[in-house]
Design a protein around this ligand. Structure first.
Ligand code: UDP
Ligand code: MG
Length: 311
């Protein structure tokens, strides 16, 4: 019998977890010939999530968990999941029911019967989301697809069902700065997108503030594109050539017509502008340097404090 492993990162999701397990049990019971396990990755929750998970694990033999020593972020929780599950198929889903369990049978069918290696859920709308957030999300997809090789699908969730091949490919990417939406695209494989209407979370609140999302989108840019570096180069070159042309022009004008510009306002403006451009370019280089610094340290993605994997 084939095995399906579900990886569920949880950060302060105590209220959602029992609802989720109930719904998953109902849904998975309808799929014939499949054995399943649920791996909760408690990402250093400060509420009762771990206690709730332990209670669920005591009541259900298919519930496993890993609990981190602190909050390491969802991406690290997903890595931990991939490293600890043994299923022939692996699904990753959120704990808050925003990734509807009822899509699982169709996702599994795509991978088992329809020749896909990966099935992903895609929101067809962003109902319930503040319009300003949707606007910036659309802008982000537009920019990232323009400046990187990967083609990110707007509305694609991190809700995925993967074959073992895909999981093994992802495990071969040990990078520290992880942007999983880009990584799924980067490894390739045929993906079936299953569309659904946006669902609001069942309890608690989103951990993604606007600022966190902004940082996450920069992560995407700096992890999957080197265009900003080329931009710094092109801007630097344009300013260099422009200033050389200006110097030649000023020398000629002084030599031929004996008129020099005495105004300093324009000069100050120019200096400030060029300084700004230089700092901006340095900042871009700094971003890549900072990422490289984190990569070369080779720190683990997470530290486990408690788990029930070897029971
Ligand atoms: N999550 C996590 N670590 C974090 C933040 C979030 O494991 O530091 C989990 C969270 O418990 C949920 C999933 O990642 O299962 C998605 O988080 P959230 O619902 O806050 O994101 P949104 O749906 O608003 O994008
Ligand atoms: Mg959510």
């Amino acid at each position: 019998m084939k095995r399906l492993s579900l990886i569920i990162p949880c950060y302060n999701e105590a209220l959602s977890l029992p609802v989720l397990v109930r719904e998953l049990e109902d849904t998975l019971a309808q799929i014939p010939d499949i054995e399943y396990e649920i791996l909760f990755v408690d990402d250093g929750s400060s509420d009762d999530s771990l206690e709730v998970i332990e209670t669920l694990a005591a009541a259900h033999p298919f519930v496993r968990y890993i609990s981190f020593s602190r909050n390491f972020g969802k991406e690290s929780a997903i890595v931990a999941g991939f490293e600890h599950v043994g299923g022939d198929y692996v699904a990753v889903m959120d704990a808050d029911m925003q990734d509807p369990p009822k899509l699982l049978p169709a996702m599994l069918k795509a991978v088992t019967d329809e020749g896909y290696e990966c099935a992903g859920a895609r929101r067809v709308n962003r109902k319930g989301e503040p319009p300003i957030r949707s606007f910036f999300a659309r802008l982000f997809y537009c920019v990232i697809n323009m400046i990187s090789d990967v083609n990110l699908v707007d509305g694609a969730r991190d809700y995925k069902l993967l074959s073992r091949k895909v999981v093994d490919a992802l495990l071969r990417m040990p990078e520290y700065n992880r942007f999983s939406k880009g990584m799924y695209e980067w490894i390739g494989f045929r993906t079936k997108w299953i569309e659904y209407e946006n669902v609001e979370r069942v309890a608690g609140e989103s951990k993604w503030s606007f600022w966190k999302l902004f940082k996450y989108s920069l992560e995407a840019v700096f992890s999957f594109s080197t265009v900003p570096l080329s931009l710094a180069f092109v801007m630097g070159l344009a300013f260099l050539l422009g200033s050389l042309a200006m110097i030649v022009f000023l020398i000629l004008r002084e030599y031929l017509y004996h008129v020099s510009a005495y105004g300093w306002t324009s000069l100050v403006c120019l200096i400030l502008f060029v300084c700004g451009v230089q700092l901006f370019c340095l900042g871009i280089i700094g971003q890549y340097l900072a990422k490289t610094y984190l990569e070369v340290k080779r720190r683990p993605h997470y530290i486990v404090e408690k788990q029930n994997l070897r029971q």
